[in-house]
Design a protein around this ligand. Sequence first.
Ligand SMILES: [Zn+2]
Length: 407
Amino acid sequence: MPILRNIGLLATCRAAGAQGEIHAIAKAALVWRAGVVLWAGRERDLPRGYHALSAMDAGKRLVIPGLVDCHTHLVFGGWRFPEFSQRLLGRSYLEIARAGGGLLSTAAATRGATASALVNRAHGFLRALALQGVTCVEIKSGYGLLPEAEMKILKVIRELAARQPLRLVPTFLAHAVPAEYRQRRGAYLRLLVEEMLPAVARGKLADFCDVFMEKGAFTRGEAGRILAAAGRLGLGLKLHADQLSSGGGAELAGALGAASADHLEYVSAQGIRALKRAGTVAALLPLPCLHLGLQPPPARRFIEAGVPVAVASDFNPGTNPACHLPYALALAVPLLRMTPAEVLKGATIHAARALRRDHVLGSLEPGKSADFSILEAESPEEWLLGFRENSCAATTIAGRRVTPGGT
Ligand SMILES: [Zn+2]
């Protein structure tokens, strides 16, 4: 039964209360057994029986639940750095795609890479996230498009889960219609619904199904059909919704009871109400929003409406090539007009809820997993406003320290 003592501020991030209510305890201690939290509270209230336990010292620093990155595309081949400058110089996404760039160029590079090359590369990204204090990462497929390549990506995620300590949540993403099916959209939809999704469910290769619903990707009708099929197969649902245009994505996510609707730059008032009714998390992604020059999603309107807001990195080669969740969180403060405490809750308990893991992850309270990070800061404000490349002193998963050192 280990104990973490001398915590300057313990942000427990319990779900109850407002987005900015992180249920912080000053001068705190944390006790766990077999990887599960037994007790969290003021150190001076520590029950007698716990005093003699083996203790770690937090050095009066800030301790938070392990960060949860609930939206990444972390397994991919190649990079697309030149596209960022091309976009800044005025070329449109469509022009870039026609010239051989865009999503289909990542699909080509990902199909061309061996599974072991993809594993090795993604392993390095996960290691970087662990060093930042991240303990759970959602990873989407979606750069294979054709059945064999999609299965390859999902199997790479499964191998990564076995090889390194971070908790991984795999998602099957219907990202776009591949070039091979451009003239046969209906056939690709049938392939998705009748073959690919059942194979994913049979192989237990994903926990969620996500769809990129947007002009140039999938329509609302198509997204509804794909997600309904995924729901029947027992997969949780997510949606890339209302990112570049207002297309009724949030309304669809709410109607289907999705775990999260992601992006939401162009969400409608009706869409916000639909998310609230369904208890769907609004997962906001500051970095692609900035890189694409979009209007920011209306975080304050979600919060005022009582929609839980998560914040994630959306690490991917085309619209955010920075594998750095705290960087996204730091930018969320000025871009989304969210307080550091609101952002912290967005990257812990609300991000866990977006992955349907909030019963075990995302907060430090009895019964939850002892996943926590010690930060070189006294408060969430110092951590995010005084942003540094890395403020994380130690990352612990199920009570076991994984950085620095460890596996
Ligand atoms: Zn995405």
